[in-house]
Design a protein around this ligand. Structure first.
Ligand code: ASP
Length: 316
């Protein structure tokens, strides 16, 4: 089992075998999490700090639960109300953190690259819980685990990522991961929501859902990231739903056993029909949430092993 990373800042630096190692371990944590007694003492004695500079419900609680199930001391720092608002720089934050001696730091930040910067300044292992439009590695890993368990494999699948690709760190991390694992990826959505330079990714691009979903194994829907738009990207939400919202009619073009995914939070009636989202025969959205805890346990387990292999740095 090899996982050579000191931090988990993105999917980009990971090798395919490291992704497989992490997912294999996460499978074991799914089993543990389904037991009545879910506790392990693997991270016992270690301190995990969750720093969310941007609102989050599911990701933050998922990381908190993951750390607690592994026996870490978990602290949530609400950065909305903290000194950041008073103008503290990221560097000052790093110095404050170092003085608290955390072992694992989970960071979400609205700016792309901010988590990498922090990782260069702190002494502990850092996990990126989403930075701007850049990456959201644990989301892509939990999506990968969900796909692997539903389809029995994570290669040579036809996967459509649909909607607001341009503003989505989820799309970016998934694209990188699914590409490394040798899948065929299609991006489906309006041209205004496709990132520049997309041709370099080796994907097929469609602006029509019926064609884009034809015979795919996986339909991955994305939230319309209104907070990152300054107007003019879509005609109206009604029109958007009509053309790119996933409903039964459009889904009928995918394979009969295609699964439907969404990272949440969902805008029902904008990018996805509520009945499809709730259809337990097609939608794996609840499984994604379950896999999220297991993948985060696996990520923290692997990073903690690497931390323990560096005792001198820890005590520095
Ligand atoms: N929860 C995901 C993220 O933080 C997806 C989303 O917000 O649309 O990026």
């Amino acid at each position: 089992m090899r996982f050579d990373q000191r931090h988990l800042l993105g999917i980009e630096p990971l090798r395919a075998d490291e992704i497989t190692t992490l997912l294999d371990l996460a499978d074991q944590y799914v089993t543990l999490s389904r037991r009545r007694e879910k506790h392990s003492s693997l991270l016992s004695g270690l301190t995990q700090i969750n720093m969310f500079f941007e609102n989050s419900t599911r990701t933050q609680s998922s990381f908190e639960l993951a750390g607690k199930r592994l026996g870490a001391d978990v602290m949530n720092m609400s950065m909305q109300a903290s000194s950041i608002k008073k103008g503290e720089t990221l560097i000052d934050t790093a110095l404050t953190l170092n003085a608290m001696h955390p072992d694992l730091l989970v960071v979400r930040h609205p700016q792309s690259g901010a988590v990498d910067l922090l990782a260069q300044k702190v002494h502990c292992a850092v996990i990126n819980a989403g930075d701007g439009r850049h990456e959201h590695p644990t989301q892509a890993l939990l999506d990968a685990l969900t796909i692997r368990r539903a389809k029995g494999r994570l290669h040579r699948l036809n996967i459509a990522i649909c909607g607001d690709i341009a503003h989505s760190r989820v799309a970016r991390s998934n694209l990188l991961l699914l590409h490394k694992m040798e899948n065929r990826i299609r991006l489906v959505g309006p041209a205004t929501l496709m990132p520049a330079g997309i041709d370099a990714f080796g994907v097929e691009v469609y602006d029509n859902m019926e064609e884009g979903l034809r015979d795919v194994d996986v339909v991955m829907m994305l939230r319309l990231q209104k907070e990152r738009m300054d107007g003019g990207f879509i005609p109206s939400e009604r029109e958007y739903y009509h053309r790119w919202g996933l409903d039964a009619e459009k889904l009928a073009h995918a394979k009969p056993d295609a699964i439907v995914m969404h990272p949440g939070p969902m805008n029902r009636g904008v990018e996805i029909d509520g009945t499809i989202a709730d259809d337990i025969n097609r939608s794996v959205i609840q499984e994604q949430v379950e896999m999220g805890v297991a993948v985060r346990m696996a990520a923290m387990d692997l990073l903690a092993r690497n931390l323990r292999a560096r005792p001198t740095e820890l005590s520095a």
